[in-house]
Design a protein around this ligand. Structure first.
Ligand SMILES: [Zn+2]
Length: 147
């Protein structure tokens, strides 16, 4: 007796949607950049991907200003991949050390739809450049002049 299973494997779009919802929920619960890291004026994250082909996913630039959420997890750009890049540690490390720029290479550990049976990791390489502009400390003189 054949019947339609309600446990059909989720489609790539369903997986992507779910992943997006989780990231959105977590982002909405993160502290604002200005309260978590008051000295940060602008944070930029530059992403360059390498999948070993001549046409890797497009580069990305994410900019964070003080009212933005201090949240640094990003989905793998492959629509059918379950992975994400968690840059929280590298960003925190950059802020704590007062550095203006840090490079780090990540590799996606998610699994793409086509590899669900074998379990091979996606392995998409992400070259991240973290660029931070800090607020200037001495603003007192400027304020007095303006008054
Ligand atoms: Zn991936």
């Amino acid at each position: 007796m054949a019947r339609t299973s309600s446990k059909a494997p989720p489609s790539a779009e369903a997986i992507r949607q779910k992943r997006r919802e989780i990231l959105q929920r977590d982002r909405s619960q993160a502290d604002l950049l200005r309260s978590a890291w008051p000295k940060v004026e602008i944070l930029r994250l530059q992403f360059t991907f390498d999948d070993g082909t001549r046409l890797p996913p497009s580069t990305q630039l994410h900019q964070f200003n003080p009212p933005a959420r201090s949240f640094y997890r990003f989905p793998c750009p492959f629509a059918d991949c379950s992975g994400e890049y968690d840059l929280s540690d590298i960003v925190t490390q950059t802020f704590k050390s007062n550095r203006g720029e840090i490079h780090q290479l990540f590799s996606c550990e998610g699994i793409r739809a086509r590899d669900r049976i074998t379990g091979y990791a996606c392995g998409l390489k992400l070259d991240t450049k973290v660029i931070v502009q800090y607020k200037k400390e001495e603003r007192k003189d400027a304020k007095r002049d303006a008054a």
